[in-house]
Design a protein around this ligand. Structure first.
Ligand code: 1HN
Length: 352
């Protein structure tokens, strides 16, 4: 490959003249923005053990009242992007949020899409677009773009959940903003009951609900039962995985980030090929080893890690007797919509 001219090869006064006119030469920077074969990635493989987060989050509960925080969150920031960017990957934001008994995180709505994965505690709820969603461990609750949402807590122990947002993308696109609201009226109807059985959807009178987001709460009990059924029914299938979808359309539950639950059988090792999107792994039940490139993380329950895109990843369940259940968040809907989604079984570029 030919070497391109460097900035230092140009007369300094020429470069200064260009810059004064808001002009820059492309060729010294071309390889940086368009590297050969494989993209450069700022996202670093990073592990956030829950046992290190929890005491600091509880401390935040003592230090900062909810009124002074609105959302009491410790952000899981990827050092490859710089901690202050508050990014887990190019498009994903992760945070651990604490709500204490009796607290209320007021109603607002915003352009970024969010989901919550409930990690610990009972008695909290999120009202989304008038639907009161109870939060139980392992539940996935959507708060898609533009929908009002607020959190409350009627229990007696702290509740902690993992927030996943496409905030870095929305911010980069200069479309990130919020609006504050007032306490929502709770409306009748719960998507998780109406849509509880796959393949059978409500058709009030003649037609579908017409809602862009008909199902907001995906109970863990249902996702886990689906995984156990697949594992029992298909011993030939290695990747026992479900994707959280919109039950009306079968499309991804949200527009930008994809959400999945994956079961590892006792003692199983599963290698996922290199794919373009970055992936977040979070342990719902059991434990898992996540090995990618030269990195290897031993995840225990409630741990979270992030693996950059274009990286083959091997997952193993260290338990010989118990299955492991993981929640995955990735950037695949975004990559597919942009036409840049790639799977590289042999790590070769797909482009002819
Ligand atoms: C947000 O609205 C929530 O509603 C949590 O719980 C975390 C991080 C950035 C921007 C908005 C929530 C958030 C957030």
């Amino acid at each position: 490959m030919n070497d391109l001219g460097r900035l230092e090869d140009l007369p300094a006064d020429y470069v200064a003249d260009l810059r004064a006119l808001n002009l820059v030469p492309l060729w010294p920077s071309l390889r940086g923005v368009l590297p050969p074969q494989i993209p450069s990635r700022q996202t670093k493989a990073t592990h956030w053990p829950y046992k290190t987060i929890k005491p600091l989050l509880l401390k935040a509960g003592e230090l900062t009242p909810i009124e002074k925080a609105e959302r009491r969150v410790l952000v899981l920031a990827n050092p490859g992007h710089g901690l202050d960017k508050m990014q887990a990957s190019a498009a994903m934001y992760l945070g651990m949020q604490l709500l204490l008994p009796g607290e209320w995180a007021p109603s607002h709505r915003h352009t970024p899409n969010a989901v919550r994965m409930v990690v610990e505690g009972e008695g909290a709820w999120t009202t989304v677009d008038g639907e009161k969603c109870h939060m139980e461990r392992g539940d996935l609750i959507l708060t898609p773009t533009g929908l009002w949402h607020e959190h409350g807590h009627d229990g007696d122990q702290p509740v902690i959940w993992l927030d996943v947002l496409d905030l870095p993308l929305a911010y980069y696109l200069e479309v990130s903003y919020h609006l504050n609201g007032t306490r929502q009226d709770v409306l009748p109807g719960r998507g998780e009951r109406a849509y509880a059985r796959g393949g059978v959807v409500p058709t009030p009178v003649f037609g579908r609900s017409g809602k862009r987001y008909p199902m907001l709460r995906y109970p863990w009990a249902d996702a886990k039962a689906a995984l156990l059924s697949i594992a029992a029914d298909r011993p030939d299938v290695d990747a026992v995985q479900v994707t959280y979808t919109n039950p009306e359309t079968g499309e991804d539950a949200e527009n930008i980030l994809g959400f999945h639950a994956l079961m590892l059988r006792p003692g199983q090792t599963l290698t996922l090929p290199a794919r373009s999107p970055a992936v977040v792994y979070h342990v719902i039940e059991g434990g898992a080893t996540v090995a990618a490139g030269s990195q290897r993380f031993d995840l225990v329950e409630a741990d979270t890690c992030c693996i950059p895109g274009y990286t083959a990843t091997t997952l193993s369940n260290p338990s010989a007797s118990q299955p492991a259940f993981l929640f995955l968040a990735d950037e695949s809907p975004l990559h597919r919509k942009l036409g840049v989604y790639e799977v590289r079984p042999d790590n070769q570029p797909n482009m002819p």
